[in-house]
Design a protein around this ligand. Structure first.
Ligand code: 9MR
Length: 575
């Protein structure tokens, strides 16, 4: 199978910031430097130069050159880059190139909501649908859910939250990292950027149903998930009280398409786990400090849930998720030391209490390297705690704070070295082991670390690294493919989703603009990808087909990475 990959000059199809780095990758047989020309929309050559041969790129297997046209800073639309007889897809150079991405990346969450009707006036008629999983036939509903295989003898109302991905499951460990990144997108506006930038996330800036309620819209969106996470807590008086159920999902897998309101399967609560409990503790603690100025009662409710969950996790420090099967993903995580560190960090940042600082300090993650080359994710969350300890004001001892901040900068230096070594400019190593299920989000999480290093130091190299780091996501890659729906000349649009299943039924929509695909996955972990792509070089192990859930799904924890980075990028354009 040889995919059609279009012109051999690979650019960020969305565009470039006028004062930002501008790099492209040329696929060619040539081993010596070649001429390139940058053309404006009228076809005039506005800049030219020579490419830099880079040899064979490990991740793609291609012989490539890089082209650096950063010196051209004039804004305009419809630029193209020409080299080796090839003309790139068109792109813009503009300070506002990412402006709309912030709200597009965030609207994904509103449209993924469970338990509420999706309003066509807000999101477009094609996305309108009735509320799902509220117990209206044929739904069995999330309003009165029994435990799987009699693992408890109560039922819970766990309505609301976001559907995890292309399925209708709701998983506390993945909801945790996703809602954390949304809250941190907001919290960054309080610590790292000017009030003018913060205004971009104020009330009535996003397409959320709660707009106009005097609460920043992104916090409204986070609250939809936080309320669900708190409903997943085991009630007082029950075994494992205070812990969180690991997940709720269908008893059996459903087919595609399947609108939430049409899902006939029994919903089931799965047993509580330490990992889920600590996700609840961490995010509810962050909730408490961020909602305090807006809703004291909700803030207090979050703090109580966080304290109760943390105590329950300490009382049950090694209760793994039991994989009982059924129609949902596993999300098992045997090592919860990182979740303990993250939860203790959030509770400390919110309360300032010494006991939580003691737990932070005692964790091996307090001094260990939490920034893996392949990025953090739902199963490795220590970086979330570290980034918040580095950025959120607290009474941390000065030497500790300094060391923590330095660890972010050191990690950013290593991601810079990686992206410089990659001819496609991404902050991810080039071996097959770096191309795994959902790795596009890990790439963006490494961009978040680069961006945070810029916020902490003001050093331009980190901003440039973060800005260049997204080129891969928007089309500067072996497939000449943007992984964000609606963004770029050739963008993913057939992601694996029961809701946005246009490929299966033309009456249904594609995913909304701003939806990130999981991305190239050398593991080929689904039958469709395996049949089509066996033997692929890592960067080619992707197909924009609804059947390929292991390369082309959408997921809340992937879009949350995009949302954080999109907000950072939008801010850079306004500087
Ligand atoms: O994102 C998850 C990825 O890290 C795992 O390798 C994979 C297999 O366990 O599962 C992914 O999560 C899926 C979840 O289990 C069910 N909903 C869809 C998620 C994204 O594909």
């Amino acid at each position: 199978y040889v995919p059609e990959t279009g012109p051999r000059v690979r650019v960020n199809q969305v565009g470039y910031l006028p004062d930002g780095p501008k790099n492209a990758t040329l696929v060619t047989e040539a081993t010596a430097a070649l001429d390139w020309q940058l053309k404006n929309a009228a076809g005039d050559v506005v800049k030219s130069g020579r490419s830099t041969p880079r040899g064979v790129d490990a991740a793609s297997g291609q012989n490539v050159h890089t082209i650096d046209f950063s010196a051209h800073t004039t804004a305009g639309t419809g630029y193209t880059l020409v080299a080796d007889g090839q003309t790139s897809h068109p792109f813009d150079i503009s300070a506002t190139v990412y402006q709309q991405l912030r709200s597009d990346a965030l609207q994904f969450f509103s449209i993924q909501r469970s338990g509420i009707a999706i309003d066509g006036d807000l999101f477009g008629e094609q996305y309108a649908r009735p509320a799902g999983h509220l117990g209206v036939a044929p739904n069995k509903g999330d309003t009165d859910v029994p435990c799987r295989a009699n693992t408890c003898d109560y039922r819970l109302d766990v309505r609301g939250g976001w559907y995890d991905a292309g399925d209708h499951g709701k998983y506390v460990v993945n909801g945790g990292i996703a809602v954390q990144q949304l809250m941190s997108t907001f919290e960054r506006t309080k610590t790292a950027v000017t009030a003018a930038h913060g205004a971009a996330l104020a009330d009535s800036t996003l397409r959320v149903p709660e707009r106009g309620n005097k609460v920043p819209d992104i916090l409204d969106e986070a609250r939809w998930e936080l309320e669900f996470l708190m409903r997943m807590q085991v009630p007082a008086g029950q075994p494992f009280a205070g812990m969180a159920h690991h997940k709720v999902h269908d008893a059996n897998w459903t087919g595609i398409p399947m609108q939430p309101q049409d899902d006939p399967e029994q919903r089931e609560l799965h047993p509580p786990s330490t990992a889920a409990t600590l996700n609840l503790a961490a995010t509810a603690a962050q909730c408490a400090r961020l909602f305090a100025p807006y809703d004291a009662a909700f803030s207090a409710k979050c703090l109580t849930a966080a304290r109760t969950a943390y105590a329950a996790a300490k009382a049950n420090p090694a209760k793994p998720a039991q994989d009982l099967g059924g129609g949902g993903g596993g999300y098992g995580d045997d090592d919860v030391s990182d979740e303990f560190y993250w939860a203790a960090a959030e509770l400390y940042l919110t309360t300032g209490e010494a006991a939580f600082l003691t737990d932070v300090t005692a964790s091996r993650h307090h001094t260990g390297d939490v920034f893996a080359a392949t990025g953090f994710g739902w199963g490795s969350t220590a970086a979330l705690g570290r980034l918040d300890l580095a950025t959120v004001p607290s009474a941390l001892p000065a030497a500790d704070r300094q060391r923590i901040r330095q660890s972010v900068v050191t990690a950013a230096d290593s991601y810079l070295a990686t992206l410089t070594a990659q001819a496609y400019g991404l902050p991810m190593p080039g071996d097959a082991g770096s191309y795994f299920w959902g790795a596009n989000s890990n790439i963006l999480n490494n961009v978040q670390v680069l961006a945070t290093a810029f916020d902490l130091t003001g050093a331009a190299k980190y901003r440039d690294g973060a800005v260049q780091g997204v080129d891969y996501i928007f089309g500067r890659n072996a497939l000449n493919q943007s992984y964000v729906t609606g963004w770029g000349e050739k963008a993913s649009q057939n992601q694996h989703s029961r809701i946005f299943a246009h490929q299966k039924d033309a009456k249904l929509p594609h995913p909304p603009a701003g939806s990130l695909a999981g991305g190239a996955n050398a593991g080929l972990d689904d039958p469709f990808a395996k049949a089509l792509l066996t033997g692929c070089k890592p960067m080619f192990c992707y197909v924009d087909d609804i059947e390929s859930y292991a390369t082309n799904e959408i997921a809340i924890n992937w879009n949350s990475a995009l949302a954080w980075v999109a907000s950072f990028l939008a801010d850079q354009g306004k500087a």
